[in-house]
Each structure stands twice: as structure tokens, then as C-alpha cells.
Design a protein around this ligand. Structure first.
Ligand SMILES: [Zn+2]
Length: 112
């Protein structure tokens, strides 16, 4: 009997998840890579160059027009009070079961 290639894919374990997205910096780096896979592009002027990274406020500042943005600006994570690790963990749980996950179960897993 032929195997369904989608169903027989190797899973992404919780251990893999924690190794890859276990802290805020790893989650922010992932958002950075997903938003600007070819490198930072200023959303205001379109200038493509490595931005100035303002560590005190976790902002990226365009070297050309000085527009400030962040990896969460214009995403569903903007102005969230929850850490990115909580959102990423929620996404992990949401995608791990074929039939999804209930809000109550998700709340229990996240400890919220
Ligand atoms: Zn700019």
C-alpha cells in the first residue's frame, strides 16, 4: 500500500521547537527572517540596508530616512502584551494536531 507522503513526514517535536524558538530573541530573529528574507527593507522609503538596531527599545531604524520600526510592527503581534514565545508555542500546539485544539486545552498548555 502506497504511503501518503504528507502523513508520513517526520514531525517537528516539542524538543525541536524549544531548541529553535525557546526564547524571545530566537522568536524575534525568526520574525525578522520571515519579514525580510532578503534582508531589511525600510517600510517607509524602501531602502534596503542593514538597519541601526536600537537595543534599548528593540527598534530597527532605517539608515536612509531614520524611520523606526520593529519586527512586530504591522503583524498580528504588534502591541501584544504576551511574550513572542507564548505566541509561538500557541502556533506550535495549533499545528500539531489534525483536528486542531480547543481554547481550553490551549490555555492549559500555555499555563494562561
Ligand atoms: Zn527608510
Amino acid at each position: 500500500m502506497p504511503q501518503n507522503t504528507t502523513q508520513s513526514q517526520k514531525g517537528f517535536s516539542l524538543r525541536d521547537f524549544v531548541r529553535q524558538y525557546g526564547n524571545e530573541a530566537q522568536c524575534a530573529d525568526a520574525l525578522d527572517r520571515w519579514r525580510w528574507p532578503q534582508g531589511f527593507v525600510c517600510p517607509a522609503c524602501g531602502h534596503a540596508a542593514e538597519p541601526v538596531r536600537l537595543r534599548t527599545r528593540e527598534l530597527l531604524q532605517c539608515r536612509h530616512c531614520h524611520h523606526q520600526t520593529s519586527v512586530t510592527a504591522r503583524t498580528i503581534f504588534v502591541a501584544t502584551k504576551l511574550p513572542l514565545t507564548t505566541w509561538f508555542l500557541a502556533m506550535f500546539f495549533l499545528t500539531q494536531q489534525k483536528n486542531g485544539i480547543s481554547a481550553l486545552e490551549l490555555m492549559r498548555h500555555l499555563g494562561a
